[in-house]
Design a protein around this ligand. Sequence first.
Ligand code: ATP
Ligand code: ZN
Length: 307
Amino acid sequence: MTRHPDDATPLSTAAPGVQLQPAAYEKLLGALRDAIARLAADEPFERLVVPPVISRATIERAGFAASFPNLLGTVHSYTGTAADWRRLSPLIAEGGDWHTRQGISDLVLLPAACYPVYATLDGRDLTEPVRFSVEAQCFRQEATAEPGRLRTFRMAELVTAGTAEHCQQWREHWLGRVADWLETLGLKPSVELADDPFFGGGRRIYQAAQRAQELKFELRVPVADGLPQAIASANLHKDHFGEAFAFTADGATGNTACTAFGLDRIALALLHTHGPRPADWPQPIGNALNGTAQNGTAQNSTAPNGD
Ligand code: ATP
Ligand code: ZN
C-alpha cells in the first residue's frame, strides 16, 4: 500500500486507541503548536517540556489516583531475583504469566500535561500570577476507542496560578480566545458546560458540584460523521491544587486554571472538516494555521511558517 505523501490520516495499530502518525500529520501538529504559541505570545508563559511519565506521589497528591483510578496507567517493573526470572522467562514463549513479579514503581504515565506544574509551586506564596505553557504525550486507559478517543495523545496546555479573581478572569478570557481561534481554522465549536468522568461512588455528587460551579467548559467539534468530541477545554480548579501542593497567592490558598488543547483531536477535527491532505486545504485555513498573510508571508517576525 502506498499512501500519498500529503495524506495525514493516522494509521490504526493492534492496540485500540494507539495510532501511527504520518509525516503530514506530524507537520500539522507542529503547525498547531506554533499557532498556539502565537496565540499565547502576549502573556509571559514559561515554556516547559513535560515527559510522558510523572511521579506517582504527585499524581496521588493531586487526587487523580483517587478520582480516576480506571484511567491511570501505572508503570510496573521487575522486582524479582535472577533465580525467579529463570523460572518465569520460559512463560513468555508459552503465552503465560511471565509478569507475576512485576511491582508498581514510583512513576505513572502522565494523564494530563498540567499536573507536574502544580507540584513545582509547593510551598510558595505567589505575589504575581504565574503562567506556564506545557505539552506532553498523555495516557489514559480509556474503555472505548471510537474516533478521537485515544489512549495516548498529545495535549498542550496553558496554565496559570494566582488569586481566585485572576484565575476566574483568565479562564473566561481563554475560553473566548480559543473558541475564536478554532473558528479561524474553519471549525464551529459548540461551547458546553462539562464535568470530569469521576469513577465510582460519589461520581454524581462531584459532577453536579463541578457543573454548579461552572468549573469546566469544553469546545466540541465532530471528529467523524455525527461524532462531536471535546477538542479543547477551559478549566477552573479553584483551590484544589493550592490545597494539595501547599501554595498561596497573596496569603490565601492558591487558585489555578488551565486551557487544554487536545492536539490530536484538533488535528482529527480539521482532517474531518477539510479533507485528509492539509496541503490541499483552502488558503484562508492554511493562512490561519501557519500565521501567514493572504500573500503567504509570515504576519510577524516571531511567526514560524508551518512549511
Ligand atoms: P483538568 O485539568 O480539569 O483535569 P484537563 O483540561 O487537564 O482537565 P481534560 O479536559 O480531561 O484535561 O482533557 C483536555 C483535552 O485533552 C480534551 O479537551 C481533549 O481534547 C483531549 N483529550 C482528553 N482525553 C482524550 C483522549 N482519550 N483522546 C484524545 N484526546 C483526549
Ligand atoms: Zn489541565
